[in-house]
Design a protein around this ligand. Sequence first.
Ligand SMILES: [Cu+2]
Length: 297
Amino acid sequence: MAAARLGGFALVLAVAFAGAYGIGQAFGPVDSIDSGDSPAEPAAAGHGHGGGGESGGESGGHAEGEPLPAGLRVTADGHTLEVVDPRGFAFRILDESGDPVTRFTPNHDKLMHLIVARRDLSGFRHVHPEMSADGTWRVPLDLRDAGDYRMFADFVPAGRTEPVTLGVDVPVPGDYRPVPMPPPALTAEVDGYRVTLSGHLDAGTTSRLTLTVDKGGVPVTDLQPYLGAYGHLVALRQGDLAYLHVHPHDGAAAGPSVTFDTEVPSTGTYRLYLDFKHGDVVRTAEFTAVAEPHEER
Ligand SMILES: [Cu+2]
């Protein structure tokens, strides 16, 4: 049953690539995968094969090998994200036996990356929790605005090389005032910095995006490395918050431009979050961008 649903999802993705604006159609199957994951978790059989990651399964639904977008599942690749304390965003990673995982491989200088955004794509945070001996990760996160938040745990299990990203919703109680998604724009302002986006998001293929930072009209040429790179780009898909974490193209300079090779899985609207470090402060510039069918470009 679950395998059939996985195949169905792959089919929907293929349709989306062909140019049907199938974002809404894609959601139903994604939800089905979330609820029907455990009976036929394909990763259980696929572990030994190099951790191909978020593959849509081995049931003939490979859809040209396109992976299932990360972050849509609370259980994937033999791991489960368990919220220990929703008020503190404390969590554990459990293995297939339900035991907490305490051994991880550092990835971009950290053992664990925690990304949090509210379901309306506001309130983005990218932080690095600390693990206690029992495998519980905690980080101070002062989220004052009520709403359902999506939290993503992005990590590399010990003995593997490919990251796993799991996602779960965490409620912050109170009076929820959703923020409309800002319209698409090619510039973003943060703390006196102006970041300009160039390039186009093409669905289902690699898109080269360049982000250029200036301050007071002067190009910034002394960006500081942050977690081993001059910039980190996270993209979340509007509607289901499918997750992409992108790192700069090789040979990146310290500014003013940082180039990313980005592969978004479908057409639709994405919120892009660029973390960059300058003057010893990490800031986030946010953009709304629309991914268009590759065929039409
Ligand atoms: Cu991180």
